[in-house]
Design a protein around this ligand. Sequence first.
Ligand code: BTN
Length: 245
Amino acid sequence: MKYIELSEIDSTNAYISERLSSGEITEPTTVFTHSQNKGKGMGQNIWVSDNDKNALFSIALFTEIKTEEIFKVSLATSMAIYEFLKLKGITTKIKWPNDIYYDGKKLGGILIENKLDGNVVKSSVIGVGLNLNQEKFPKWLPNPISLKNITGQDYDAKEFITGISEMVEKKLNEIKDVPFVDLRLDYLLNLYCFGKIMMWKIQGIKDEISGSIVDVKPSGKIVVQAVSGQLCECDIKEIKLIDDF
Ligand code: BTN
């Protein structure tokens, strides 16, 4: 893994994407920064972080994955972060599809941008924002938390960035040829709210339903079973967890 350190940048994801397109980045590379002024989050969201407080990085990987199993990139990333934090004594949950949660609060987020060629993922930009030492967050953020909030300790961002980058690369290589059915249970068991009855708003269904997560598909779709027995297979745009606690 090659590392590029930037004092300030708009977005580490954008930095890598541009250099993948221009052919400047052709091998596994992690770009990290001390200050990100236009951090991208999922959908239309932005990612905010105080300077020099948190881990802000993106990993470029060239692991070829069949597009029908595209969720392996996300699974490898969230499981690697989960395992890295576990080694540090912090037990987190993965909030499908891309959040790292601790005690019902958001400790980190992942933004994956894949480049496809036909039915193969050729490269992935895996952006990670992990709250380490920031103690106060803007009021408008719904439920942020940092490692410092949890343990009172300070953390070395570089150690997290390198450790997680190596683990993500290793994990994706390990699982790329493993059938998805053999990976799903481990993932589901680490999932926030797995098996718990929660309230959901699902596109195309008028009323909110109560139900629980029962499965995840290789495409990344989540399967929620309503208490009525009905199974709903949804992507991220089609489902919203209403009752977060
Ligand atoms: C989310 O939870 O919405 C995903 C957040 C991902 C944020 C990280 S910070 C480093 C990398 N660069 C970006 O612009 N975004 C990701």
